[in-house]
Design a protein around this ligand. Structure first.
Ligand SMILES: C[S@@+](CC[C@H](N)C(=O)[O-])C[C@H]1O[C@@H](n2cnc3c(N)ncnc32)[C@H](O)[C@@H]1O
Length: 257
C-alpha cells in the first residue's frame, strides 16, 4: 500500500467507501492512488495544472500498478472534470485564496459535486467565511501534523442545504468579552467543530497561536509611544485573552472526563 502522511490519511478519512474522487492539484498523486488501491474509491481522477506534477503522478502510478490505467488530466482547477463527474473533489496543499478562485470560476459546476475536502496551506479562515456565505455546509474539521506544522482540513457538502452554515457548538467560554470576540471574529479561524470533536491537536495548535500573538504583542510594545497603534495593541490583547480562554476550555473539558 502507498505510504501516506498523517495529513493525507486525514484527508482520505473524509472520503466514504464507494465515492468517486477528483484530486485537483494532485502533484504526486499519492492520495488518489491510495483511495483506489484501498478499494475505497472505484474511480479516481488525478488532475494538475503543471506538466511536471502530472509526470510525477504518472511515474508513481506506473511504478506501483504498471497495468492499471489511471485517469490523469491536465487543467486549471475544475476545468479538467465534467459537471457531476465525480462525487467528491479534493483540493489540498494550495492557498485558501486559490481554492476560492477555483470554486468561483464556474459556480454551477462547483455545486454539481456532492462533497469537497480542502486542505488550505493558508487563509483557511477566509475560505471558511467564503464557503458559508456561498451556501456550502461545513460538516468536518480536523487538524493533522506534518513535520513542524499543523495543517487544517475542512470537509463540506454542497447540496441539500438551503443556506450555508456549519455544525458544532461554540466552545464554552461564556458570554463575556472573549466569548463575544470568538463568535464574531475568530470562529472562522478556529472552527467550533474542532472543540466539539475534541481534536487531539487542538490545544497544541492554539498554543502555537498564543506564542505568535505574544511575539506580536512584544513587537507592538517595543514601538515608540508615537508609533504605537492603540488599535493594534487592543487587538493583540483581546486575541491573546480569547486564545487563552479557548485553551483553558479544552483543559477544563479534559478534567471533567
Ligand atoms: C503543494 S502541491 C500539493 C499536492 C497534493 N495535493 C498534496 O496535498 O500533497 C500543489 C499542486 O497544485 C497544483 N496547482 C496549483 N494551481 C493549480 C490550479 N489552478 N489547478 C490545478 N492544479 C494547481 C500545482 O501544480 C502543484 O502540483
Amino acid at each position: 500500500m502507498v505510504r501516506m502522511s498523517e495529513r493525507l490519511e486525514r484527508i482520505a478519512s473524509y472520503i466514504a467507501a464507494g465515492e468517486t474522487v477528483a484530486d485537483i492539484g494532485s502533484d504526486h498523486g499519492l492520495l488518489p492512488i491510495h483511495l483506489w488501491e484501498s478499494g475505497k474509491s472505484p474511480r479516481v481522477i488525478i488532475s494538475d495544472i503543471g506538466e511536471g506534477p502530472l509526470l510525477r503522478a504518472k511515474i508513481n502510478t506506473k511504478a506501483r500498478f504498471p497495468n492499471a490505467n489511471f485517469d490523469l488530466r491536465r487543467g486549471n482547477g475544475l476545468e479538467s472534470v465534467g459537471r457531476s463527474e465525480v462525487d467528491a473533489v479534493v483540493i489540498a496543499g494550495v492557498g485558501g485564496r486559490l481554492i476560492i478562485d477555483i470554486l468561483s470560476a464556474d459556480a454551477d459546476k462547483t455545486k454539481s459535486f456532492f462533497k469537497y475536502v480542502f486542505q488550505p496551506r493558508n487563509a483557511a479562515d477566509k475560505l471558511r467565511k467564503w464557503l458559508i456565505s456561498e451556501g456550502f455546509f461545513i460538516y468536518g474539521e480536523a487538524l493533522a501534523r506534518e513535520g513542524r506544522h499543523i495543517c487544517e482540513i475542512t470537509a463540506v457538502l454542497t447540496g441539500g442545504h438551503n443556506s450555508g452554515g456549519e455544525t458544532g457548538r461554540a466552545p464554552a467560554i461564556g458570554d463575556g468579552r472573549e466569548g463575544e470576540y470568538y463568535r464574531k471574529e475568530m470562529r472562522y479561524e478556529i472552527s467550533p467543530l474542532l472543540f466539539e470533536r475534541e481534536d487531539p491537536l487542538l490545544a497544541e495548535w492554539i498554543g502555537g497561536k498564543i506564542k505568535k500573538e505574544l511575539m506580536i504583542a512584544e513587537d507592538i510594545e517595543k514601538l515608540g509611544k508615537a508609533e504605537r497603534s492603540r488599535k493594534a495593541g487592543e487587538r493583540a490583547e483581546i486575541r491573546l485573552e480569547t486564545l487563552r480562554r479557548l485553551r483553558e476550555s479544552i483543559s477544563a473539558r479534559a478534567g471533567n472526563l
